[in-house]
Design a protein around this ligand. Structure first.
Ligand SMILES: [Zn+2]
Length: 199
């Protein structure tokens, strides 16, 4: 396994599935392996990494990548889910690699506004292998590399356990959806600021 290895892409692309398959493989190889998940990632509780397919792997919940670095001296393979949520991840990956440990991660690469998660960009720069995991576009069924936030979703960058506010989309369908949201917001604004009719 090349290391650092990153599975990345939109929601529902099978990133966590890829991570779990590597962790299970390490177990079969009888190497010391352990998985970690950001405490902020409360989907299905904190003691397990779970893929949408149902596959799961036991995990330790951490609030900062330093905790993973500290634990990694006892390990050969380190797995981390949803690294976009983990404080200090870029420094952590550098340190764990320096210690000669293998590290495999899963993460969203962009938010639903199409902005790259900054620390993820740094980790991708250090990665020796990157696996892009496209989902299926909810509109046209082509490969989807974007996560679309529906117009009725709360306006927060991270919505944990709020999968029904999102859908995977290909680039053209994602852009069309963004345009549509802007147009609707513009209409609402126009309506709100319309001068009152004289009575
Ligand atoms: Zn599409």
């Amino acid at each position: 396994m090349l290391s650092p290895l990153v599975y990345c892409g939109p929601m529902w692309g099978g990133k966590t599935e890829g991570l779990i398959s590597r962790l299970v493989r390490a177990e079969i190889q009888k190497v010391r392996v352990r998985a970690f998940t950001p405490a902020r990632n409360t989907r299905d509780g904190k003691k397990v990494i779970r893929a949408h397919s149902g596959a799961s792997f036991p995990a330790t919940s951490v609030t900062h990548a330093e905790e993973v670095v500290a634990a990694s001296s006892e390990l050969d393979v380190v797995g981390i889910d949803e690294i976009f949520m983990l404080e200090g991840i870029a420094e952590g990956v550098r340190e764990i690699s320096r210690l000669g440990k293998k590290i495999v991660m899963a993460t969203l690469d962009m938010d639903s506004d199409g902005q790259i998660w900054e620390p993820v960009g740094q980790v991708l720069g250090m990665a020796e292998e990157i696996v892009k995991c496209p989902a299926v576009c909810s509109v046209c069924k082509k490969d989807a590399y974007y996560t679309f936030r529906r117009a009725d979703a709360p306006n927060a960058r991270v919505l944990v356990g709020a999968g029904n506010y999102y859908e995977p989309r290909c680039r053209p369908c994602w852009h069309r959806g963004q345009e549509e949201k802007r147009r609707q917001a513009g209409q609402r604004e126009l309506f709100r600021t319309a001068p009152e009719l004289p009575s």
